[in-house]
Design a protein around this ligand. Structure first.
Ligand code: SAM
Ligand code: SF4
Length: 327
């Protein structure tokens, strides 16, 4: 599939909008609506859409959410997903709190070798304040266990926020001196009705300055094909890599190879634009494979060439939470 000169080969699937955490940059502290159970795509429906997307050129899938591991039956779904023979790569983004040695072994036995964890602080009490849950030790244990079991690369996503965890930018970046992890700082994106204020957003340039002031220069690392949007660097003598994901300060739309399937069964060609095409209703109404493929292809024609999240007054901020779209 091609969209404006971009070959689209990467599908991100949100399997649920539910989550066991309440990260302050992701969901609001006030009550919000979750998707009704019968409106969430069932596993067999997700598998059918994925197979069709693979026929159209998708070769990589990332499972996300919400928190993927809160959904019942996730392991047998992942097993079936990994058996799609045209799919070359299956990876997962998780908060890690529900993972342990046995579950990581099950993932490895299916052929999953790449996990992204989210971790915004190394301080257990701050972790509880950011995520609303006192689970730092569980998450850190899961990351260490995955590392010792040979999951590689382990990527850790961190959202730096002024007045929340910006005092730890150095410590988080410094993990790469000790571990072969890829630590990626993601710029906070204003989504839905999150409680985070615009002034708390810290852009990549400032994060990089804070790192270089204390840890020394950042040496650029050559990007490999299919490397994704992170700009990569290494600190002198580091085991791991530092990545910076800059959706706000420098959009990467011209290289974006992604398509999203949301938990409510819509195809979303861009995380940051509100266009979505419902594929679940036609599927449930009996549409054949050809018709469903046409829906995927026509959704792609709406993939924009840029977004304006970095402008002072962005026009159409995403109205959904990241949990329902799948970050
Ligand atoms: N629950 C899983 C997790 O936290 O890794 C997967 C879903 S979560 C929505 C995926 C990623 O989106 C996380 O790394 C999180 O840090 C990021 N994220 C969520 N809200 C964000 C926001 N407003 N701006 C930037 N990144 C955000
Ligand atoms: Fe849940 Fe992930 Fe959002 Fe945190 S970032 S609330 S763990 S979906």
């Amino acid at each position: 599939m091609i969209a404006g000169n971009r070959a689209i080969n990467y599908l991100r699937i949100s399997v649920t909008d539910r989550c066991n955490f309440r990260c302050k940059y992701c969901v609001p502290s006030s009550p919000f609506k979750v998707i009704e159970h019968d409106k969430i795509a069932r596993y067999e429906e997700i598998l059918r859409i994925t197979r069709l997307a693979c026929d159209l050129g998708i070769t990589k899938v990332r499972i996300t959410g919400g928190e993927p591991f809160v959904r019942k039956g996730i392991f047998s779904f992942l097993e079936k997903l990994c058996r799609i023979d045209t799919l070359k790569d299956v990876s997962i983004t998780t908060n890690g709190a529900l993972l342990n040695r046995k579950k990581i072994r099950m993932l490895m036995d299916m052929g999953i070798r790449r996990l992204n964890f989210s971790l915004d602080t190394l301080d257990p009490s701050k972790f509880a304040r950011i995520t609303g849950r006192d689970r730092f030790n569980k998450v850190w244990d899961a990351i260490q266990t995955a590392h010792t079991m040979g999951i590689s690369p382990i990527k850790i996503n961190a959202v730096a926020l002024r007045g929340v965890n910006d005092d730890e930018i150095r410590a988080i970046a410094g993990l790469t001196l000790k571990y072969p992890f890829h630590i990626r700082f993601i710029e906070y994106m204003p989504m839905g009705d999150s409680d985070v204020e615009k002034q708390q957003q810290i852009l990549t340039r400032e994060i990089q300055e804070r790192i270089t002031e204390t840890l020394g220069p950042l040496e650029p690392v050559k990007l490999e094909k299919n490397d994704g949007p992170a700009k990569k660097f290494k600190l002198d003598g580091a085991e791991g890599i530092l990545g910076f994901i800059t959706p706000v300060s420098s959009h990467f739309c011209s290289e974006c190879n992604r398509l999203r399937l949301t938990s409510r069964g819509t195809i979303r060609p861009c995380l940051l634009k509100n266009y979505e095409t419902d594929i679940l209703t036609p599927l449930r109404d009996g549409a054949d494979d050809l018709a469903l493929k046409q829906i995927i292809e026509s959704a792609l024609t709406q993939k924009p060439l840029f977004h304006d999240l970095g402008s002072r007054t962005p026009k159409d901020l995403p109205i959904s939470h990241m949990t329902s779209i799948g970050g």
